[in-house]
Design a protein around this ligand. Sequence first.
Ligand code: PLP
Length: 405
Amino acid sequence: MPDLDPRPRDAADPLAAHRAHFVGAGSPLVYLDGNSLGRPLAVTADRLAGFVREEWGGRLIRGWDEGWMELPTSLGDRIGGVLLGAAPGQLAVGDSTTVWLYKLLRAAVDAQLARDPARTEIVVDTDNFPTDRYVAEGVAAERGCTVRWVEVDPTGGLTPELLAPAVGERTAVVLLSHVAYRSGHLADVGRLTAVAHAAGALLLLDVCHSAGSVPVALDQWQVDLAAGCTYKYLDGGPGSPAFGYVAARHHGVLTQPIQGWMGHAEPFAMGPGYRPAPGIRGFVSGTPPVLGMLAVQDMLDLLEEVGVAAVRAKSVAITEYVVELADAWLAPLGVRLGSPRDPAARGGHVTLLHPRMREVVARLWEGDVLPDYRDPGGLRIGLSPLSTSFAEAHEGMLQVRRLLG
Ligand SMILES: *Cc1c(COP(=O)(O)O)cnc(C)c1O
């Protein structure tokens, strides 16, 4: 029997001290859903209040010239540099992930159709996040294209071996998630991009479940386009805006469909006719959501200080711990692992399968233990590395064992 005591693990965790800087860390609540909505940092409360009093309240309309207008690209550059391996000038913040997926997928499909009208297929895996699948269906319907579904094991995810036979001279775009929202499967994006490119396709990557948790190297992997949200591992708060990435080689070639004044080359000329701004600015549509971009700056500061490599090391250690607990306590009760067993093939969450998990999660929530539930029968344990302790994971797993036992 392995030693399952959380205390030596917390004592040996080099990131343990950061947990105290999150709101609510001192309460007995067990939070295992930081991959859906991250806990706020305590400094964020001060930043938000200060912003209302001083910047919004004091600077008023002048604020737009004093940094707000540049926030979509200045914050985008920071997210790209700290978390995504992206050189400056390729990211912008705004809209929701869904809207970015639509804009980027439309841009990519249109560019491919213009190059070769036979490229009418959008390739998506059957276990991709619902919004990704629905946006693909919508863009396909709009452009006379079809979605080509790649069947994947819901406890795993899309691999180069599964993708290769699905792409070819009819493929326009491959749309995939870096970390699968259900299983936590971590895609080998470098190899998947090579498979897509060899078939002449573009690759659009959803990094919602990896940004801030798993190292991402968009430039190195030659990813064409990407989108992700800031309210999961980036702790930006409910509904905080998303970001979009367009590789520099596509600037001036790809054009997006929501032609708003903020993406115009001269927004304040207010002239006739749309003319896109050069670079990533041309992918912005409307007024920057400044309030929604405040909290994420605090989390970025922390992630930059700590470094993504250390975050990933903690993430691997704590997900491994949960798998060990599941093997020891829950497997005898009929629970199966719904995530890859190899930590190198897994992101920051672990899914445990049992037919009674829906009821178990409802009971856990009543007792202030907050994991997530995903059909069919999946208890999803999100382990946000900077705000979750081994003791917290241990307590949550104890409660699951109690309810199933
Ligand atoms: C959370 C998540 C989204 C969310 O999209 P919104 O537009 O913010 O609702 C999209 N894709 C994936 C993979 C996600 O995990």
